[in-house]
Design a protein around this ligand. Structure first.
Ligand SMILES: [Mg+2]
Ligand SMILES: [Zn+2]
Length: 210
């Protein structure tokens, strides 16, 4: 019997990290008014790019402030074990994020992890700004359209496994073969009748995979 090869797609904020770095940035750096912008985004009325760039206009912070903030972000304690498990079995792992490349790079580097990731590009010049390299015109909302990337990166015949926790994970999760979910993604899967295994973190993912 030939084993079906798994491929893992992992959300970053709130899934690999314990706290969502985008939310942490907003709470630390933004003036009042970001809540209304965020609500529009949650209702899918504005795109990620529009939401982020509008929110950044309310920011008072520099790249150094951001680095300091990121130093305080903790990751899931079992994420390293999960990566070892995938390496041992030859399963590819990709990070798909509608957050910011700078934050992902910073945190992965700090922990010595080398994982391919796809995210929005964050830059700083008299203020923060993002640009969206993996925008998909057919979608029109995500900065980094996870479903589009998931389809592009999957080899035919592999089993697609998704791990996530939020709104931007709904679309790719509904196009995966197996979903591990927590938070709002789990609520959504339950409401929509999408099969998802509830987990609190990567310890739960590893336990279920064994
Ligand atoms: Mg998330
Ligand atoms: Zn999309």
């Amino acid at each position: 019997m030939q084993l079906i090869k798994k491929v893992f797609f992992i959300d970053f904020d709130g899934t690999i990290t314990q706290r969502d770095t985008c939310a942490a940035m907003v709470e630390a750096f933004a003036d009042e008014g970001w809540q209304q912008i965020n609500e529009l985004w949650e209702r899918r009325e504005i795109s990620t790019e529009e939401c982020a760039n509008k929110t950044f206009q309310l920011f008072h912070a520099t790249m150094d402030d951001l680095s300091q903030l990121l130093d305080a972000i903790k990751i899931d304690e079992n994420f390293g074990d999960f990566l070892n498990f995938c390496n041992k079995n030859g399963y590819p792992v990709y990070i798909l994020s509608d957050g910011y490349d700078f934050c992902i790079e910073y945190i992965l580097k700090k922990h010595g992890f080398k994982i391919p990731y796809y995210a929005n590009h964050l830059e700083y010049e008299k203020g923060f700004r993002i640009s969206c390299t993996y925008y998909n015109q057919d979608c029109g909302l995500c900065g980094t359209c996870k479903r589009f990337l998931l389809e592009r990166l999957t080899q035919p015949g592999s089993q697609v496994v998704y791990v996530g926790d939020g709104i931007s994970d709904i679309c790719p999760a509904s196009h995966s073969d197996l979903v591990f979910a927590k938070g709002r993604l789990l609520d959504y899967c339950r409401a929509e009748g999408i099969f998802a295994i509830p987990v609190a973190g990567f310890a739960g993912v590893l336990e279920k995979l064994d």
